[in-house]
Design a binder for this molecule. Structure first.
Ligand code: SF4
Length: 684
């Protein structure tokens, strides 16, 4: 029997697990462990185990589609290209925007942003990091000089204490969750701070429930205790940081008693966890979207950095500030410059010298130094009629962006809308042209996981029908729009990676031969003799003067707070069996496990409202309303309700608030908006 095992990387979350796709008769028929893979050692979560189920589905997009009189018809690539090229040429570049695909390999992303900047002439390019870890990129860059995870996953196993805040890793990043459990078995003390008693919180040595959106006050009070009890690392502060006195002044106000009022965490508990964190020799902070998805997400991230620097918990194994990234290649998509403010390698669009260097390397003319629009700004501009054309690759904002009614209004308002994807998503239904793309199992390239590890993906099977690689489509279109063919001619993904290395300093030392090793390479890797950097900031931070910067912060709280009409706070989450919707909801096994959504509500709140478990209820916010099944539970604080974000038929994002935005990163406040719950009319 002709069976092949093709080593590649999971297409779902930023953990970046290795797996073998099992290929028989030119079809992927299963997934086998990659036992010696350094990230996951042969283990996979359900999403990884069943990722192959979507590859050969009959509803894959196989030909370009053009909408006429409200209906899609099949079209040739030439027809689709001519239409798109003429529309993109018709409008002012500032009226055109791009959403990039963080599921796609680096090579596709790189060519996508190059296409937007050179062929179209706009910096209006962004991707879903804006909606998950944009605050990480901004916050850690401000504190440390680099906006990425400081340590690698295996470093957790060296920790004496792990402080997890706003992260349900056992569901959202299960193979990191496994590492944390192993660290715990080796003796690490595991503290979980979360408004929900999640599966991860249930494994904690100490669970600290706190009111959603009060992270700044909680961490200020922890730092207050550390400083007032003399537990800070004076030598580290003196040699490696600046601005300490300013931090000290602000946190001095945040006594544990004051923070108790804000966070609902008893003052003694705050004292206890502060002492434990500060006294541990090696303490690691782990966080995820519970920290970032707030209107003060950057502040929350900076607080984790302040806490780590205050106690010298940075630059050593078992320490660090460790954001767990969302999509499989969201780290790479940031690295590749699919950002309105940054070229590849976080080189700033606003910097004239950077622009001159980039134009010189690419061989193009002036690209301008005005940053483009972020995703929420593009949605707003489209809703107002200022953005006329949108080109979305592999994103599904109708499901994933806040305030679905606003998103739909924006999409309906566009003059011209292109979606490039592997399935007809809820968003693609709004498009004028839909282009069929190859999925991860059908192409070569690289993904960069959340610990900055660049790993090869390998082609297992051909793409269906006429589907193409994203980079091929953008190169074809660029040439049709009159761009210099030399700038958009590549033989292969490897050819593109060679160019990526020349433009992205962090990737300069990586080549195909080095990446063939199962462990890949961690950036920064500035030269071919550099071993890569699993742990950052060992001797100095990435700022020009090598110092970390303390940034004092005041508690802000969520922008929309409960009131008489909307008395509950809604938080939204992901669950173990789904990753967004377009792919996992098409996996028969995953969909069977969790076929629809639910709202978790505290037992006391439910009793006050007369709601019983599994009863269908109405949830309303100022943006809209949904009908959904209630799950009555003690695993969530009174006053807070939770809805998983994956399900179109009861979509949490109908309720969320696109107007509450972090001014420092553009992050919408997914984790806190005011809602009301009521029984359905006619129910008892
Ligand atoms: Fe895939 Fe993430 Fe699960 Fe690993 S933990 S198998 S990368 S979804």
């Amino acid at each position: 029997m002709d069976i092949k095992y093709i080593p590649t990387i999971c297409p779902y979350c930023g953990v970046g697990c290795g797996m073998n796709l099992v290929v028989k008769d030119k079809k992927v028929v299963g997934v086998e462990p990659w036992k010696r893979h350094p990230v996951n050692e042969g283990k996979l979560c359900p999403k990884g185990n069943f990722c192959y189920e979507i590859i050969h589905r009959e509803d894959r997009l196989t030909t370009p589609l053009i909408k006429e009189n409200g209906e899609f018809r099949e079209a040739t690539w030439d027809e689709a290209y001519d239409l798109i090229a003429s529309k993109l040429s018709e409008y002012d570049p500032n009226e055109i925007g791009f959403f990039c695909c963080a599921r796609s390999p680096n090579e596709n992303i790189y060519v996508n942003q190059k296409f937007a900047r050179i062929a179209v002439g706009t910096h209006n390019i962004d991707h879903c990091a804006r909606l998950c870890h944009g605050p990480t990129v901004a916050g850690l860059a401000a504190s440390f000089g680099s906006g990425a995870m400081t340590n690698s996953y295996d470093s957790f196993e060296e920790a004496d204490l792990i402080f997890s805040i706003g992260s349900n890793s056992l569901e959202a990043h299960p193979l990191v969750g496994r590492r944390l459990m192993r660290a715990k078995m080796k003796g690490a003390y595991f503290i979980v701070a979360d408004p929900r008693y999640t599966p991860t919180a249930k494994q904690a040595d100490q669970y600290v429930p706190f009111k959603t959106g009060t992270d700044v006050a909680l961490m200020n009070a922890m730092m207050n205790v550390i400083i007032s009890e003399g537990l800070e690392d004076k030598e580290f502060i003196e040699k490696r940081t600046k601005n300490y006195e300013k931090l000290k002044k602000v946190v001095s106000k945040y006594t544990p008693e004051m923070a108790e009022e804000i966070t609902q965490v008893p003052a003694d508990v705050i004292r206890d966890i502060a002492r434990k964190y500060a006294k541990a020799d090696k303490a690691a902070i782990v966080y995820s979207l519970g920290i970032t998805e707030h209107s003060h997400g950057v502040d929350n991230v900076i607080q984790t950095a302040n806490l780590a620097m205050l106690t010298g918990n940075i630059g050593r194994l078992g320490t660090g500030v460790n954001p767990l990234r969302g999509q499989n290649n969201v780290q790479g998509t940031c690295d590749m410059g699919a950002l309105p403010t940054d070229y590849p390698g976080y080189q700033k669009v606003a910097d004239q010298e950077v622009m001159e260097d980039i134009t010189c390397t690419w061989g193009c003319s002036d690209l301008g130094c005005t940053p483009g629009l972020k995703i929420p700004e593009m949605i707003d501009a489209a809703a107002k009629g200022d953005l006329k054309v949108l080109y979305i690759t592999g994103e599904d904002p109708v499901i994933s962006d806040p305030d679905t009614n606003l998103v739909e209004k924006a999409l309906n308002n566009l003059d011209f809308f292109v979606v490039q994807d592997i399935f007809m998503t809820d968003t693609a239904e709004f498009a004028d042209v839909v282009l069929p793309a190859a999925c991860w199992a059908e192409q070569e390239g690289t993904f960069t996981n959340g610990e900055r590890r660049v790993q090869l993906i390998r082609k297992a099977v051909d793409a269906p029908g006429e589907a193409k690689y994203d980079w091929e489509i953008f190169c074809d279109l660029a040439k049709r729009m009159g761009a210099d063919p030399e700038m958009f001619t590549y033989e292969s993904a490897q050819d593109i990676f060679e160019e990526i290395r020349s433009v992205t300093p962090q990737y300069a030392g990586m080549n195909r031969e080095r990446l063939e090793r199962p462990e890949g390479l961690h950036w920064p890797c500035p030269s071919e003799d550099h071993p890569g950097t699993p742990m950052m900031h060992v001797e100095k931070f990435s700022h020009p003067d090598g110092l970390g910067i303390f940034m004092p912060l005041e508690e802000q709280g969520p922008m929309e707070t409960p009131d008489e009409e909307y008395p509950l706070i809604l938080t939204t989450t992901r669950i173990l069996f789904h990753y967004h919707a377009a792919m996992t909801r098409r996996s028969a096994t995953l969909e069977r496990e969790v076929p629809t959504g639910y709202v978790e509500i505290n037992t006391e709140d439910a009793a006050e409202l007369g709601i019983t478990n599994k009863e269908k209820v109405k949830v309303r916010s100022r943006r809209g309303e949904i009908e959904i099944e209630a799950r009555v539970t003690d695993d969530i604080l009174k006053g807070i309700v939770n809805i998983p974000m994956h399900f179109r038929e009861c979509s949490a994002n109908v309720l969320t608030n696109a107007a509450a935005i972090d001014p420092k990163s553009g992050m919408p406040e997914y984790k806190a908006c005011a809602v009301a719950i009521s029984k359905m009319e006619g129910s008892n």
